[in-house]
Design a protein around this ligand. Structure first.
Ligand SMILES: N[C@@H](CCC(=O)N[C@@H](CS)C(=O)NCC(=O)O)C(=O)O
Length: 213
């Protein structure tokens, strides 16, 4: 398997965590999202992913895109250890938590959205980061609330890490990068501390990647 990604991309980070939790070997192919105007826009990369976004996963000569699809495929192909609970209702609850991150927060902070805030609305780096803090702050507070009435387990949906942490930990990394104060989210911070004590998460961290800057 070849993962085309970028060290700081949270969607790529999700995939790296999941591969590591499953104990799977994979090769990384760096796609620099900034250099040369963004290597994701080259014809060669768009042949892999017509959306011009990372990640893209090459598997036996075929290509999968969209990290949620990659993660669901991974879970179906390599069910052990599971990233989702056995109970269908709980599985839906985990997917809702992941969607709160992948659908409501992440798209608003994407590089091309921030570039448009600059070119069309005159926002500088401070303005763009303030925008990112707004949507990360709102979305992560909602994630904290989604867990408020759940049992006090080590991770979000039990005592083992799963899909919720695959989405959450990269999103919290982004939130830090944008300077968001995570003090009002003690449950999320405790989950992150538990996850980051595990080697699978440490190895997936952006700063541990070969293309890290
Ligand atoms: N929903 C997609 C999002 C992919 C995505 O937005 N990737 C970002 C990096 S995290 C990207 O490639 N951005 C490049 C750009 O905006 O030009 C997924 O989860 O795979």
């Amino acid at each position: 398997m070849r993962l085309h990604g970028y060290w700081r991309s949270s969607s790529s980070y999700r995939c790296r965590i999941a591969f590591n939790l499953k104990g799977l070997e994979y090769e990384q192919v760096p796609v620099h999202l900034v250099r040369d105007g963004g290597q994701q826009h080259t014809a060669a990369y768009r042949a892999l992913n017509p959306q011009g976004l990372v990640p893209a996963l090459e598997v036996d000569g075929r290509v999968l895109t969209q990290s949620p699809a990659i993660l669901e495929w991974l879970e179906e192909m390599h069910p052990a250890p599971p990233l989702l609970p056995a109970d269908p209702f709980e599985r839906a609850a985990v997917r809702a938590f992941c969607a709160a991150i992948a659908c409501e927060i992440h798209p608003l902070q994407n590089l091309r959205v921030l570039a448009h805030l600059g070119s069309a609305y005159g926002q500088d780096q401070d303005g763009k980061f303030a925008w990112c803090r707004k949507w990360n702050g709102l979305g992560l507070a909602e994630c904290e609330a989604m867990l408020a009435h759940r049992p006090a387990t080590r991770f979000a949906f039990g005592d083992a890490p799963g899909l919720a942490e695959v989405y959450l930990i990269p999103q919290m990394f982004s939130a830090d990068r944008f300077g968001l104060d995570l003090t009002p989210m003690p449950r999320l911070r405790a989950i992150r501390a538990a996850a980051e004590s595990l080697p699978q998460f440490a190895a997936a961290h952006p700063k541990a990647q070969p293309d890290a800057e």
